[in-house]
Design a protein around this ligand. Structure first.
Ligand code: GLA
Length: 412
């Protein structure tokens, strides 16, 4: 006989299944490409035929994912950001793409991307209009989610422009529930905590965010400038303990897109972004011109060893071990292999100063690396295995101005 307590427990369990985001997705941080960082809201296809937000752009990215080797190393999602829509909904209240720029329709673009075995994502905003003024989802959540599922999307980025804080707390969970209801596996990317913390000055309730979202933006929009990347790294540096505890398989902090390969960043600044995103267990969503990218920056994006750090199955977000003079930052992230309860580690030594090089000697044990049998040091940018060390050894590091030394210490 089922007594009333058991019934209550069953009811709560069922309720939990319905309300929580339980989609089994983003087991490791999602990897892909998104239009915003590079192409913004360029809708002028007459003057910028290869740079405007159009089906041709996303098809070209899909082609390049295959021929350029991006898919081989794990980049998977191709995501249309803002500015894909008509200015109005159709007579049934449905979202419509701008048919001059997406003449074959979204379903065909989705099919094109899927035909390569890649995944397809889109953008909406919970608010009356998107950040760039296109129709938003405020009174249309169920209809829009249904539409996205019919278009067979695999990833939804939901923004929070033009909302009140209470509306966000309703809108994001509601979207998540509706996405779950479609039965289609859709990674859910939320800008919810960004608006809470930076627009409304409210400390995000990350336990709640984690329950409804697979990844979430924590900080301001990134742009193709060193200042922007530096600010982002510093924000995670200041808040690393608070942030890291919410990251894990299925739910990740998102420091925004990889700007690697864009004008405005030097090669060493690109190296720093790639390494830091890997340490942070961040989604690796590029936003760049894949057709004209330089070989040097492309190699950074395709670096399998660094991608493996980012995608490490332990899913532990790294933290800042030390900040010396505000310029030299040491970050560590525990990784597999694990032997006898001792981890391997990724260690980044970043020199944020643009003129002075920095030398440092660090004792391995003090970094938390205590396995008595020691470690092999691998330089993650060259793939070279340098030498073996034990916890008593001291690492002598010299970091060039505005550059990084990035090692993996593989347990022996
Ligand atoms: C916000 C988001 C960006 C981008 C734009 C589009 O600023 O944070 O990532 O999606 O909106 O309008």
């Amino acid at each position: 006989m089922i007594d009333s307590l058991n019934l209550l427990v069953m009811f709560i369990l069922i309720l939990n299944c319905v309300v929580a985001l339980n989609n089994g997705l983003a087991k490791t941080p999602p990897m892909g490409w998104m239009s915003w960082g590079r192409y913004r809201c360029n809708t002028d296809c007459d003057n910028y035929p290869t740079e405007c937000i159009s089906e041709d752009l996303f098809k070209a990215v899909a082609d390049e994912f295959i021929s350029g080797g991006y898919a081989d190393v794990g980049y998977e999602y191709i995501i249309i950001d803002d500015c894909w829509m008509e200015n109005e909904r159709d007579y049934l209240g449905k979202l419509m793409p701008d048919y001059r720029r997406f003449p074959s329709g979204i379903e065909n673009l989705s099919e094109y991307i899927h035909s390569y075995g890649l995944k397809f994502g889109m953008y909406e905003n919970y608010g009356n209009v998107t950040c760039e003024g296109y129709p938003g989802s405020k009174y249309h959540i169920a209809t829009d989610v249904q539409q996205f599922a019919e278009w067979k999307i695999d990833y939804l980025k939901l923004d929070g422009c033009f909302t009140l804080s209470k509306e966000l707390d309703y809108g994001f969970p509601e979207f998540s529930k509706q996405l779950n209801k479609t039965g289609r596996p859709i990674v859910f990317s939320c800008s919810w905590p960004y608006y809470q913390e930076h627009i409304f000055n409210i400390m995000p309730q990350y336990e709640l965010v984690k329950k409804y979202c697979n990844l979430w933006r924590n900080y301001h929009d990134i742009s193709s400038s060193w200042q922007s990347i530096k600010n982002t790294i510093n924000f995670y540096g200041k808040n690393h303990k608070r942030m890291a505890s919410y990251a894990g398989s299925g739910h990740w902090n998102d420091p925004d897109m990889l700007m690697i390969g864009n004008p405005g960043l030097s090669v060493s600044q690109c190296r720093i972004q790639m390494a830091m995103w890997a340490i942070l267990a961040a989604p690796l969503i590029m936003s760049n011109d894949l057709i004209h990218i330089s070989k040097e920056t492309k190699d950074i994006l395709l670096n399998r060893e660094i991608i493996a750090v980012d995608q490490d199955p332990l899913g532990i977000q790294g933290s800042m071990f030390k900040d010396i003079f505000g310029d030299l930052k040491i970050w560590t992230r525990p990784l597999i292999p694990v032997i006898n309860d001792y981890n391997s580690y990724a260690i980044a030594f970043i020199n944020m100063h643009d003129k002075v090089d920095r030398k440092i000697s660090v004792n391995i044990y003090s970094l938390g690396l205590k396995s008595p049998d020691g470690y092999t040091i691998m330089d993650l940018f060259t793939g070279d295995e340098l030498r073996n060390i034990t916890p008593n050894d001291v690492l002598q590091i010299n970091v060039n101005p505005m550059d990084i030394v990035f090692y993996k210490l593989i347990i022996l």
